[in-house]
Design a binder for this molecule. Structure first.
Ligand SMILES: Cc1cc2nc3c(=O)[nH]c(=O)nc-3n(C[C@H](O)[C@H](O)[C@H](O)COP(=O)(O)OP(=O)(O)OC[C@H]3O[C@@H](n4cnc5c(N)ncnc54)[C@H](O)[C@@H]3O)c2cc1C
Ligand SMILES: *[C@@H]1O[C@H](CO)[C@@H](O)[C@H](O)[C@H]1NC(C)=O
Ligand SMILES: *[C@@H]1O[C@H](CO)[C@@H](O)[C@H](O)[C@H]1NC(C)=O
Ligand SMILES: *[C@@H]1O[C@H](CO)[C@@H](O)[C@H](O)[C@H]1NC(C)=O
Ligand SMILES: *[C@@H]1O[C@H](CO)[C@@H](O)[C@H](O)[C@H]1NC(C)=O
Ligand SMILES: *[C@@H]1O[C@H](CO)[C@@H](O)[C@H](O)[C@H]1NC(C)=O
Length: 650
């Protein structure tokens, strides 16, 4: 049936006659085709308009928006608009299961993300980090990262997106994205008294209230967060009004959190883009616990996918009349592409995979926002702090009871962290920022990349490097975060790496892990920035309002480490290469810059295939990814509706 409507041209020609036939036919066939509410299916039963691989943030945002007008496709002939009873149907195939609503998922203070980590993913030995090997952490659950992440909800800055745009992507500036940020979200204001006491401020003009993604602020804060706030201020970091208004300057702020405010529970994509609409969407299906193994092509046209149970089993196929959309995240989308014959020719040949599109950039350009933990002891730390839930059973029980009665409680805060943070530009971090930048600029960009890097990928890297170095001199670009959880650790997040890694298949078995190499800190400038951030952290801890707590930086760090080299050596033994913000492995860049997708997410060299997940980012931003992924999902949904004249978009 949907085949008959496959291309717009085919039904534009015989529109009127066809309309009647389609209408009658679908009305008759509909009860068999699809149930009357969104459905968790155990097997794909028919063909769909769109098949989405991966039910994370991007996948579920798209599935929700593409199914929201079940009357579907509209046909405009001159001034006459005909609406067919043509159902847009969407199938999401997600490798992980539905969560069970455990406390570890829903209750921030009981945060237990490991419930749904992707199993058996490890990095290659990290040559920049003392050859250490790490688990590569990403989600395997309906909702993807949003179901298990730390709920930090931050947009990038004006500079971030304008540089994406300058890399050859019209339509990706701040002004283009802002309407989608607003559309995606529903911000709940904190109580005025809490806002005053906890230094929570925001710019009302850039906060949305009518979208599905709920966020607010924890309704509690630890007293030590004030000591840190005042110390950061006296170390020269100013409070900023709103981290999410494009911020031309960096500074300190209260962290917005993906909380459904009335219950202080997590607002995940599963809840806000599936559960919310499940009762009214016969055309929205999710097949959980199944892994997409391959995209199927007819010539260069993507027509379907193969999939199998994530635990192993028989391979099945399902077909899409319009498009296949990959939303499997930065570690798995390149794997699916490569298994499907889209990727570096040499790699595909090695595994005897027929080349559909030779795209050297698939799997390249891997980035993350690595982290460093600095342990401290205190002689006079304040009670309560983020460790009290763990060490004091009375306090724990008291706070849990308060939370369950919907009163202010430490359980509204993700465990082990605090409620405020600093975002720093390089000039906020070190007075040497011009020297650091000049040194990096003088370096041959290819110097620390793998020797056999593809020429176009190298050109793309050079362009990105030029942009990143401009950011190093820009007050509006965050290069790092500093955080103190109010207990035993300070944290550094490095936001803008110059090092680049890759993801590559290691087998044609779709259930086998790909090779993952972040190549973290292979470019020495990354370590230089870390050292600068580390010194800034020390400066904060040396201010009177932190000193009253009696902090001592302890092993493997400590006072004995004074030179840059001493500090860097310990860092190479302690940096964690991933904050699970992996990105950029199917980059939105021109093909001559090693790009994989165009500015509307279409994979080069084929038709009917897009990449929706964070793989499409060209570079990391001055923030965590979630807010931008929800907005990008909204933006892509609109451009797909425009293209196929869906839901009134003609
Ligand atoms: C532990 C953790 C903490 C984090 N903390 C934060 C935070 O505080 N703030 C923030 O902004 N970001 C955070 N992130 C990052 C953020 O959640 C991700 O960047 C974001 O979810 C990426 O969205 P996505 O749609 O690209 O992919 P994801 O949300 O990762 O979704 C991809 C989905 O595809 C599925 N999949 C993969 N391969 C296949 C396949 N072959 N077939 C079918 N399905 C497949 C996966 O199971 C997954 O559910 C965190 C992530 C993790 C894991
Ligand atoms: C689904 O699509 C495939 C390939 O386009 C086609 O061969 C098949 O007949 C379709 N099946 C159904 C149930 O529509
Ligand atoms: C926004 O969130 C609040 C709090 O959960 C809720 O009461 C309100 O109905 C939501 N608004 C919309 C438009 O969904
Ligand atoms: C909030 O800011 C004020 C003024 O700078 C400061 O006195 C107070 O300690 C801060 N409190 C917190 C919780 O940050
Ligand atoms: C443990 O928590 C209780 C309840 O908040 C508190 O009264 C007590 O002082 C705490 N004990 C310690 C050692 O901090
Ligand atoms: C890659 O494949 C080789 C050969 O099958 C195997 O020995 C190795 O363990 C694999 N590496 C990873 C990281 O899975």
């Amino acid at each position: 049936m949907q085949q008959a409507l496959g291309g717009r041209s085919s039904w534009l020609s015989g529109a009127l006659l066809l309309a009647v036939v389609v209408l009658l036919d679908l009305v008759a066939a509909e009860p068999k085709l699809v149930p009357h509410h969104a459905t968790i299916v155990s097997r794909a039963s028919s063909n769909y308009t769109f098949v989405i691989a991966g039910g994370g943030i991007a996948g579920l945002t798209l599935a929700d928006r593409l199914t929201e007008d079940p009357s579907g496709e509209h046909c405009k002939i001159e001034h006459l608009v005909l609406t067919y009873l043509y159902l847009v149907t969407v199938l999401v195939i997600e490798a992980g299961p539905f969560d069970q609503g455990q406390d570890g998922i829903l209750v921030p203070g009981a945060f237990a993300p490991y419930l749904y980590f992707w199993p058996n993913l490890v990095t290659a030995p990290q040559v920049g980090l003392d050859n250490r090997v790490f688990p590569a952490v990403c989600a395997q659950v309906v909702g993807g990262g949003s179901t298990i992440n730390a709920m930090v909800y931050l947009r990038g800055t004006i500079v971030d997106y304008s540089q994406w745009e300058a890399l050859g992507n019209p339509g990706w500036g701040w002004a283009d994205l802002l309407p989608y940020f607003l559309k995606s979200e529903n911000y709940t204001r904190p109580a005025a008294s809490l806002a005053r006491e906890a230094n929570i401020s925001w710019d009302e003009t850039t906060r949305g209230h009518s979208g599905p993604v709920k966020y607010s602020y924890p309704n509690y804060f630890y007293p030590g967060s004030a000591n840190w706030w005042n110390a950061a201020k006296s170390a020269g970091l100013p409070p900023i009004q709103d981290p999410n208004n494009g911020r031309e300057k960096q500074g300190i702020f209260a962290m917005p959190s993906l909380l459904d405010a009335p219950s202080m529970t997590r607002s995940s994509a599963r809840r806000n883009h599936f559960d919310r609409v499940a009762g009214s969407r016969p055309n929205y299906h999710i097949l959980a616990s199944n892994t997409v193994s391959k995209v199927l092509f007819r010539g260069k046209q993507a027509v379907g996918v193969n999939y199998l149970a994530t635990g192993g089993g028989e391979v099945s196929s399902v077909y899409a009349t319009k498009e296949i959309i990959l939303a499997a995240g930065a570690l798995h989308t390149p794997q699916i592409l490569q298994l499907s014959g889209i990727g570096p020719k040499k790699l595909l040949k090695k595994f005897k995979i027929t080349v559909i599109s030779d795209l050297p950039g698939v799997g390249q350009n891997l980035q993350d926002q690595s982290t460093l933990t600095i342990p401290y002891t205190f002689t006079a730390n304040l009670f309560p702090n983020s460790n009290s839930i763990v060490t004091n059973a009375t306090y724990n029980a008291e706070q849990r009871a308060l939370y369950d009665a919907q009163n202010p409680s430490a359980y509204s805060i993700i465990s082990t962290i605090s409620t405020n943070i600093a975002s720093l530009s390089l000039q906020d971090t070190t007075t040497d920022y011009k020297k650091t930048t000049a040194k990096a600029r003088a370096q041959d960009p290819a110097r620390y990349l793998p020797k056999d890097i593809d020429r176009t990928v190298l050109e793309g890297y050079k362009a990105q490097r030029r942009m990143t170095l401009k950011q190093f001199e820009h007050a509006g670009a965050g290069i790092g975060n500093l955080h103190w959880g109010t207990a035993n650790n300070a944290l550094i997040y490095h936001l803008k790496p110059l090092s680049r890694g890759y993801v590559a298949i290691n087998s044609t078995d779709p259930l086998a892990a790909p090779l993952i190499d972040f190549r973290s800190a292979t470019d020495p400038t990354d370590i230089a920035l870390y050292v600068a951030l580390f010194r800034k952290n020390r400066q904060i801890f040396s201010q009177p309002s932190m000193q009253v707590l009696g902090p001592t930086e302890i092993s493997p760090f400590g006072e004995q480490l004074q030179t840059d080299e001493q500090i860097a050596n310990v860092m190479r033994q302690t940096i964690n290469p991933s904050n699970s913000h992996q990105c950029c492995t199917a980059a939105m860049l021109p093909r001559k810059l090693g790009g994989v997708v165009s500015n509307d997410h279409k994979v080069y060299g084929v038709r009917g295939l897009r990449v929706a997940d964070i793989s499409f980012w060209p570079m990391e931003i001055s923030a965590a990814p979630t807010a931008t992924m929800y907005a990008a999902g909204e933006k892509l949904a609109d451009s797909i509706k425009d293209e196929y004249c869906l839901d009134g978009h003609c």
